[in-house]
Design a protein. Sequence first.
Length: 394
Amino acid sequence: MPRRLRIAIAGAGPGRGQIWPATVKKLDDLYELCALCEPVPERAAENERRWGVRVYTDLDTMLAEQRPDLVLAATPTDAYHVVACKAAGCGAHVISEIPLAPTRPIADMSIEATRRAGVKLEVAENAYRWASERLKQKIIRSGIVGRPTHARLWYTCGSYHGLNAVRELVRANPSRVLGYVGTIPESWHVDYLDQTFPERSWEGAIVEFDSGLVCVYEVPPPGHRGNTWEIEGTDGALVGDELLLGTGGSRERFAFQWEYSREGDRKVLDHVRVDTEPPIVWENPFKRYAVGDNDEVARVDILAGFHRSIVEDLPAEYGPERAWPDQETWIAIRQSALRDNAWIDLPLTEPTEFERRMQAEYKTLYGCPYDDLDGLSKVAFPRGGVRWAVGRQL
């Protein structure tokens, strides 16, 4: 029987603040959900009834009383470093939701705090861990599509996810970007915060990778196209959940095949495959937890993998070293736009003007600077935050 770790979750709002406790409860051989922290009193009371654990409205009190082995930051992005620094100060390992931080100096606060405390920091990037992406990775590693040469990426928000997926598929890193940001009139659009604006920010980029691959990136008009990415190789392509193979003007299509079983009323993913000769198959290693969809597979992968990292003293699978390039690429796209669409080399060697603007926005939005951990720990953070506020100013 593996050692069970006591896990506390900071942030129990709607969305991912609710699906994380549900996933933790499934992994009861690995984790005991000991507490939640939710600063909004009404939501705190509701979560206590729903999850049957103590729910705190103050992070410091939760950490002092519960002394968890691990804290998962499921707050909005602007608070991840607050949770990470305070949890590390109490000797707890940390899983941070994504992106790691709005800027590199803020990310470094989490990295340094966990390093000083001798605890581990994982970043909960889910895109490359989805079952469909694991299959795509196997397809590309098999060599069947040849050498990846070109990628196309559309992402409506949180484009670091898509950048992560492309980077993991091609096993290469962005070397420079050219970005463009503008606005278009669109009064009917409702944004990530359920707000309506008379115009919408738009962005696009060319991202060059150190392997020679080029990625064309765009935030598409909402509603016209969902999040998707495509990889062209010398002998084939991955387009959505489909493999295309062939030369000479003809291509054979292989749709991804999803196979499920039933455990009571639960639909359990068995495997996903393409029926090439021989078939390429990704088997779900988490069937014992009755996981049935892409994102649940990823969440279980994150939690089970980090449990192994802690109890066996192994490096985190993703961690800040792999996580930062995804956010950094998006920052470089915005910085390129600020510099009249100049090419920006990666990795960045110093803080950008775009990052400085985001850091300054903390004082405007929250009444205290980004490095005032005690002040920020009293804030009920909204979704969006400094990235959306500064992004609309470009």
